[in-house]
Design a protein around this ligand. Structure first.
Ligand code: NAD
Length: 381
């Protein structure tokens, strides 16, 4: 089978779906890889590096789509708002596409893909089970976002992160508060600690306390009942407005005392909860920084504007929506490992073989045989 890797067209997207390093594992499984010219360039992978590992360079994008039976992308049409629809013209019945596709945020695109007879797998839907860990692209990208959020905060803050005792006086460490200690939050805690900050963190899932403390941060205890906050999949459940109101009231003191607040709180498939209000921002010291990693889903701070720098009462609020694309080399390396592991899971004897009893296959399959087949996406439609 031929696997095609198109260049990503979404503005600012510098990642690529496969890197040269994973090609030997694919060619060993009798897969041929075709790359669109310069697809890996923005991530630091020149065409020659792919050719060295056995890939072919396609003469054009339409040639790539014509040749490939499986297209692997970072952003499939559903996840490439302005540019994704252009690829619909290239896709054909019985072709398969694999990548991020926001099936829960853009279910109508899943419908268009199904109508074309194209089979699609969404990387966002990889089940969070041990067996699928090396395919878990949400986790690998969240790791990068958590790390980069800290660097952005450090760059923007008019203070240094570490404590320093110098002849010119003692510099106190920056105080960083991380709200939401999932994959991105835990990486933000670890990165801020490495830079020498004093870190506090809060999450509605009480199970996280131990992980926060093991990274050298303090877990902020809020006197609200969170015993029912986690679902069976390990995700946070949506909280009602009265809970969030109490949470905001109790967090206000910690937010006001922090130089940096990094928010990562999300509920799968929902708009992000507002956890930092304009009044809470007003009480922060001028020069403080908020990095809102939930910006793409509406933001955890009421003042966040996705991909804009907002300055309110002297506080800078950043809402970067695609931090992994700002670290494209390693983001692509990790994503390529996730994609190639899924590919090898789906391929048997060189051909795509769907085991519809397999949790990973069924959990990720969005369209098949001209239908939207994923129950959650079907429900949204
Ligand atoms: P996520 O991106 O959906 O949410 C980020 C964090 O926000 C979560 O920790 C969540 O509890 C928190 N949150 C939600 N509402 C909040 C609120 N009101 N206040 C404070 N925090 C709030 O989550 P994620 O990072 O993708 O991971 C969620 C869980 O899945 C974690 O337990 C993680 O360990 C688990 N996980 C398991 C696997 C695996 O087993 N293979 C892989 C990845 C993640």
């Amino acid at each position: 089978m031929i696997i095609g890797v198109p260049k990503e067209l979404h503005p600012g997207e510098r990642r690529v779906a496969l890197v040269p390093g994973v090609l030997p594992s694919l060619t060993k499984a009798s897969l041929e890889v075709v790359i669109e010219r310069s697809a890996g360039g923005p991530a630091g992978f020149p065409d020659g590096a792919y050719v060295e590992k056995g890939a072919r360079i396609a003469t054009s994008r339409d040639q790539l789509f014509a040749d490939a039976e499986i297209i692997v992308q970072v952003r499939c049409p559903g996840a490439a708002k302005d540019t994704g629809h252009t690829d619909l013209d290239f896709l054909r019945s019985s072709q398969t596409i694999i990548g991020f596709s926001e099936p829960l945020g853009a279910p109508s695109m899943a419908y268009s893909i199904a109508e074309l007879g194209v089979r699609s797998f969404a990387m966002e839907l990889i089940p969070r089970i041990t067996r699928a860990q090396s395919m878990d692209a949400l986790s690998s990208m969240a790791t990068i976002a958590g790390y980069k959020a800290v660097l952005l905060a450090a760059e923007t803050l008019p203070r240094m992160f570490p404590m320093m005792m110098t002849a010119a006086g003692t510099i106190m460490p920056a105080r960083v508060f991380v709200v939401g200690a999932g994959v991105a939050g835990l990486q933000a805690i670890a990165s801020a600690r490495r830079l020498g900050a004093r870190v506090e963190a809060y999450d509605v899932r009480p199970a996280v306390k131990e992980q926060v403390e093991s990274l050298g941060a303090n877990f902020v205890e809020l006197p609200i009942d969170t015993s029912e906050s986690e679902d069976v999949g390990g995700y946070a459940k949506a909280q009602d407005e009265s809970f969030l109101q109490r949470q905001r009231e109790m967090m206000a003191r910690v937010v006001a005392g922090s130089d940096v607040v990094i928010t990562t709180a999300l509920i799968p498939g929902k708009t992000a909860p507002i956890l930092v209000t304009a009044e809470m921002v007003e009480k922060m010291e001028p020069g403080s920084v908020i990095v809102d990693l939930a910006a793409e889903r509406g933001g955890n701070c009421a003042l966040t504007k996705a991909d804009k720098i907002v300055v309110a009462d002297g506080v800078t609020i950043l809402g970067p929506s695609n931090l992994p694309a700002t670290v494209p080399y390693h983001a692509s390396q990790m994503y390529a490992k996730n994609i190639s592991t899924l590919l090898l899971h789906l391929i048997d004897n060189g051909t795509l073989t769907l085991d519809l009893d397999d949790e990973i296959t069924v959990g990720t399959l969005v369209t098949h045989d001209g239908q939207v087949v994923h129950p959650r996406v079907k429900e949204l439609l």
